[in-house]
Write a protein that binds this ligand. Sequence first.
Ligand code: APR
Ligand code: PHB
Length: 389
Amino acid sequence: MRTQVAIIGSGPSGLLLSLMLAKAGIDAIIVERKSRDYVLSRIRAGVLERGSVGFFDSVGVSDRLHAEGYVHEGFALSFNGHKHRVDLQKYAGKTVTVYGQTEITRDMMDARLERGLTTIYEADDVAIHDFDTANPSVTYKKDGVAHTINCDFIAGCDGFHGVCRESLPAGSYETFERIYPFGWLGILSRTPPVDHELIYANHQDGFALCSMRSANLSRYYVQCPLTDTVNDWSDNRFWDTLRARLPAETAESLITGPSIEKSIAPLRSFVAEPLRFGRLFMAGDAAHIVPPTGAKGLNLATGDVYYLSQALIGYYVDKSEKALDTYSNKALARIWKAERFSWYLTNLMHTFPENGAFGRKMQLAELGYVFSSDAAVTSIAENYVGLPY
Ligand code: APR
Ligand code: PHB
């Protein structure tokens, strides 16, 4: 088999890249190690920056997003028993759209099917070869049969645990990492959201987040020790903990119900750089992870894919390698800013016992400052809606 760009991974990065390339007439095949249903069973954050929505618009996959997504003009940070709104429209002149990442993944998969684009699901033993030459290739097994794809470029869109970053020679890249000493316990429940906007709650016992998927589907999280398992958290314990961390007024209006999904996720900041090795280009979670505070994961991936698709279009359509050469630095500049914001919001909103009473006072002073200063709240708002490309 031969294609122009072999894309490893059918998550949001690989799917969006393939659609952008297809629109420009560039041939690509996606190789994914899991099944379509498995990929669609992963639940992840659901806040889209305006820029991300624009990319989904530009490749024609946003009808359902606009029909079913919720446009939010603000969100709240709560602390000391009170909710304080960050008016995104007022301070950043933009909104965000709340629409599940699983749904946009499904929309992109459906669009690829309709457009007759090739995805190989359940590919075993995926390996990448010769990406430091002009003739890279990808090998995999499907139903026990070995296959090879020859290509011009490989796009490593295979997430944090993928094969692409692992295939790089030792010492050819640098990693930067912070692992946070807690996780997020998340539940999904068929209950109306407690508020029409998201609430990020700072509480001395730990962080909490109230989010949503639809008018009758809520997504809530509480900070928990990494040593906990979901079996430690009955639904009742979860709801009691959440209620205790919200302002009284919000807690009183919380409608609870049985959880339909419950999971614990660790929090990590991670960047591997550079993003290019010869003819291998990494994008999305393959190259970087942010903690979910601020919901930047998918939005960062769309930024990488924007730069990478422009670079590949430059190569094939304009016959210029210039944007391929600048891809890594351009994408990393934006990545590090989102890393900073996610780290900042994580530090501001979570309980870090090791920081003691002084650390807690600093958080409350910072939160008090944010809501007394147009400059400070503007900084949060402009990062939340997404920095420019
Ligand atoms: N071969 C083929 N596919 C692989 C391999 C492999 N060796 N390893 C991983 N994959 C697949 C995974 O099964 C997954 O479907 O690559 C895909 C990577 O998808 P994500 O982890 O979602 O990464 P990305 O597309 O960069 O997502 C960016 O979306 O899913 C979120 O948390 C993620 O918010 C981030 C954003
Ligand atoms: C979610 O809805 O799952 C969500 C929303 C905002 C975040 C993280 C997760 O910052």
